[in-house]
Ligand binder design. Structure first.
Ligand code: SF4
Length: 422
């Protein structure tokens, strides 16, 4: 189900009027990863000053039409909204998406900074996903000469190939990116680090290099049977769209985040008879947005909470035929902030399955090991508080540098690093 956004001005003004314009701005300071000045933006909407509202918003974000649709608002801005204490929170996401859409329709421009202190500085950004695009925009606002190097023949990264059309329209993504490029950013398409793009070469031609090519390789569990035919990574399926034939099949999707939800819903739409999400914690602990879980349930996806995969079992042709599952209990372990799942001995059972899709998180590709930069213990690029790597001239942002994996947090890391460049 595509999320319906209101484009009715009367409804939008009513939504804005519901905001109390709180002085302490918890929606912004506590809830929003980008600290968008939500009350000020909403005040401008109340006054029907839409272009001013958009300009206010673009002081902190260049992805409003996207974040307004896909951010987990209930866990972020709307989860901190004062109106939510006794009733429904203000529909902040919808208001943000409305402004983003209006800016596309009316051709409002993202404003450049008054002080253009990076004029003449040449900056290369490797990767055109939300982190790279945001860094590019905030540098271009200061008149830096920015070039994005992108491995595909399109920009957007996970916004295009990680989030299915039913959750985020490609048209909105493209138009949002076009608006960012209007700031004067150049793009070199089909350029991939480690293949036809060389860090040393960039080093010769640019003052600063920002790495933003993500960490999109699905993590594995390290259990028996993971190399059988029919075991896939959720990220890879969403990115390449090279799906097997799911018709009449049972598919297990293992994980509890938005990638798990997006994969499960995609597989169901592609004809799978049964799609079962296994998650080792309880529903309340699922990182996926509540709305996505509800949509998945409505679409007939089954959930097995507090259930872990122990083993994947193959047939005589080495194809997946069953999984061994086990029930878990949640225990509070010393030093851990959230409840940990522990397998309940004697509770395992087998279930028929044709495919198993791992959607447990992701890690970086092997190419990062060949960049000559220090990595952390998770294999991500090690950065200091300014986002600078072990090479003074190179910065890293987004999940490549271990930042939190949502689009808004990726954008935040891009904006922060842009702000740190002098
Ligand atoms: Fe408006 Fe809610 Fe933010 Fe208060 S917390 S300013 S009511 S959006």
């Amino acid at each position: 189900m595509v999320r319906k956004m209101s484009n009715n001005k009367k409804e939008i003004i009513e939504m804005a009027q519901y905001c109390l314009n709180c002085k302490i701005k918890p929606c912004s300071n506590k809830g929003c990863p980008l600290n968008n000045d939500i009350p000020t933006v909403i005040q401008k909407i109340k006054e029907e000053k839409y272009e001013e509202a958009y300009l206010e918003l673009t002081k902190t974000t260049v992805l409003p039409a996207i974040c307004g649709r896909i951010c987990p608002h209930q866990k972020q801005c709307m989860g901190s909204c004062v109106r939510g204490i006794k009733g429904k929170p203000v529909s902040i996401g919808e208001l943000e998406a409305y402004l983003g859409d209006l800016a596309i329709e009316k051709d409002y421009k993202i404003a450049k900074n008054e002080i253009q202190d990076l004029k003449g500085r040449k900056i290369a950004i490797v990767g055109g996903g939300p982190a790279g695009l945001t860094a590019a925009a905030f540098l271009a606002k200061r008149e830096a000469e920015v070039t994005i190097y992108e491995k595909y023949n399109y920009l957007g990264g996970i916004l295009v190939h990680g989030i299915p059309e039913f959750r985020l329209s490609k048209d909105i993504v493209k138009k949002s990116i076009d608006k960012i490029l209007e700031l004067g950013i150049k793009v070199e398409y089909n350029k991939e680090i480690g293949k036809n793009l060389d860090l040393q070469e960039l080093d010769k031609n640019y003052d600063i290099i920002i790495l933003a090519f993500g960490a999109n390789i699905s993590s594995k569990m390290g259990i028996e049977g993971e190399s059988l035919e029919g075991v896939y990574g959720g990220n890879e399926l969403l990115e390449t769209k090279q799906h097997p034939n799911y018709n009449g099949k049972t598919v297990i999707v293992n994980g509890g985040g938005n990638v798990a939800m997006d994969t499960a819903r995609t597989v169901k739409k592609l004809g799978a008879e049964r799609v079962i999400v296994t998650y080792r914690r309880a529903r309340e602990q699922m990182p996926a947005e509540e709305k996505e879980i509800e949509d998945a349930m409505q679409e007939g996806i089954e959930f097995l909470f507090q259930t872990n995969i122990v083993k994947i079992i193959g047939d005589e042709k080495n194809k997946v035929s069953k999984v061994e599952l086990i029930k878990t209990e949640l225990v509070q372990k010393e030093g851990e902030s959230r409840l940990s799942p522990v397998n309940i001995e004697g509770s395992s059972y087998e279930m028929k399955a044709n495919y198993v899709i791992m959607a447990l998180g992701s890690h970086t590709s092997k190419v990062v090991e060949e960049l000559g930069l220090q990595l952390d213990n998770r294999g991500k690029i090690k950065v200091d508080e300014y986002g600078r790597t072990s090479n003074n001239k190179i910065f890293a942002i987004g999940d490549l540098a271990g930042n939190r994996g949502t689009v808004a947090w990726a954008a935040r890391s891009g904006r922060d690093v842009a702000g740190n460049i002098k």
